[in-house]
Design a protein around this ligand. Structure first.
Ligand code: FMN
Ligand code: COI
Length: 355
């Protein structure tokens, strides 16, 4: 069940955003089976609480790749946030700073990276789309590193962009000044269509991209979009510092397994070699609790932050993060856990069958 403040943001965004923009954010690929199943999948787990523990204070602080955060609820990378609110990524970065959450900035940010970094004014990570023009990718990554990104998150599930039928009739055409804001200076006056072609994801990219990104940036690299244990190991063997279990919010391969059902296998396979983060359909403290108990180091949220942004700028995005964090603290108390270290798989009963 979606937390009430998140539902209110969603409803307000749906009422106020131009319909094609709302549909762009809300939609999933194909018949949207993964999109639908994703939220429900978290609710298929049951809990085995502990009793009579001192939960007078619940400590949600955590550390990711050596950086402390106030909460394990983090902001997933989401493209073109200026379509939701004029402040776009700046507002979301400010929201993450206000709540002490990790902010992951998308390659498709619609505000200049350096301005986003200044708004984040603290630890943030940069999501990388490996573009057809490698020099363009390298230039952007170097700028992100220079602006203070502490890690790179390379998205592995988007060799080509999933077809969202809902928007295919009225496909939003992202204006060039939003699309190219971070790219055009590296593209030496190419016309907009050629620039956008150079900036497409490169479908020939392999896991070698992990080593390349490390080399050019000197930053730890995580791979996002992992849904199998063996693939997680392949990424780590290629030099990844961690992985993000994700199906891109149901926007890429329809019928991909919900993240909730992939997480335990990936955690087992990674076996402590690096952090495993997760996203997809997280809409309540209980969803976060299940993810953390199964071994996630942090839980990223995509659409709820976008709806908060659309509803009320930085204040709305921060309210979404705070609502999730407060709800997590509440259900942790009910589970008998006073800190994240007290969450473990024994608290969770998985669904009776795989699916
Ligand atoms: C509108 C939108 C844009 C997104 N843009 C990106 C992106 O630029 N890069 C990326 O790696 N993932 C992107 N994602 C996927 C999110 O990072 C995340 O995996 C997903 O939204 C999580 O699911 P949730 O929205 O159900 O929380 C996007 C998701 C949405 C909804
Ligand atoms: C440009 C797109 C691939 C951005 C994205 O990741 C998405 O819309 O899901």
């Amino acid at each position: 069940m979606t937390l009430l403040p998140l539902q209110a943001h969603h409803d307000q965004a749906q009422e106020t955003l131009p319909p094609e923009v709302y549909e762009y954010y809300a939609s999933g690929a194909g018949a949207e089976l993964t999109l639908q199943e994703q939220e429900q999948a978290w609710a298929r787990f049951r809990l085995r609480p502990r009793v009579l523990r001192d939960v007078s204070t619940v400590d949600l602080t955590t550390t990711l790749l050596g950086t402390p955060f106030s909460s394990p609820v983090a902001v997933a990378p989401a493209a073109f946030q200026q379509l939701a609110h004029p402040d776009g990524e700046l507002a979301v970065a400010r929201a993450a700073r206000a709540t002490g959450s990790l902010y992951v900035c998308s390659t498709r940010a619609s505000r200049p990276l350096e301005d986003v970094a200044a708004a984040a004014d603290g630890p943030w990570w940069f999501q990388v789309y490996n573009m057809r023009d490698r020099d363009l990718t390298a230039a952007l990554v170097r700028r992100a590193a220079a602006a203070g990104a502490r890690a790179l998150v390379v998205t592995g599930d988007t060799p080509v962009v999933g077809i969202k039928r809902r928007v295919s009739g009225t496909r939003i055409s992202v204006p060039d000044d939003s699309y190219l804001v971070n790219l055009e200076r590296h593209l030496a006056g190419l016309p907009a269509t050629a620039a956008r072609a150079a900036a497409e994801q490169d479908p020939s990219a392999t896991v070698d991209v992990v080593g390349w990104l490390r080399e050019i940036s000197d930053l730890p690299v995580l791979v996002k979009g992992v849904l199998r244990g063996d693939e997680a190991v392949r990424c780590l063997d290629a030099g990844a510092a961690g992985v993000v279990v994700s199906n891109h919010g149901g926007r890429q391969l329809d019928r991909a397994v919900p993240s909730a059902l992939a997480l335990a296998e990936v955690v087992r396979a990674v076996d402590g070699r690096g952090p495993v983060l997760v996203d997809g359909g997280v809409r309540s403290g209980l969803d976060c609790l299940v993810a953390l108990a199964l071994g996630a180091a942090a839980v990223l949220v995509g659409r709820p932050v976008v709806w908060g942004l659309a509803a009320d700028g930085a204040t709305g995005a921060a309210a979404a993060l705070t609502a999730l964090t407060d709800d997590l603290a509440h259900v942790m108390a009910l589970t008998g856990a006073a800190s994240l270290a007290e969450l473990d798989p024994s608290l969770v009963v998985p669904p009776a069958t795989g699916w």
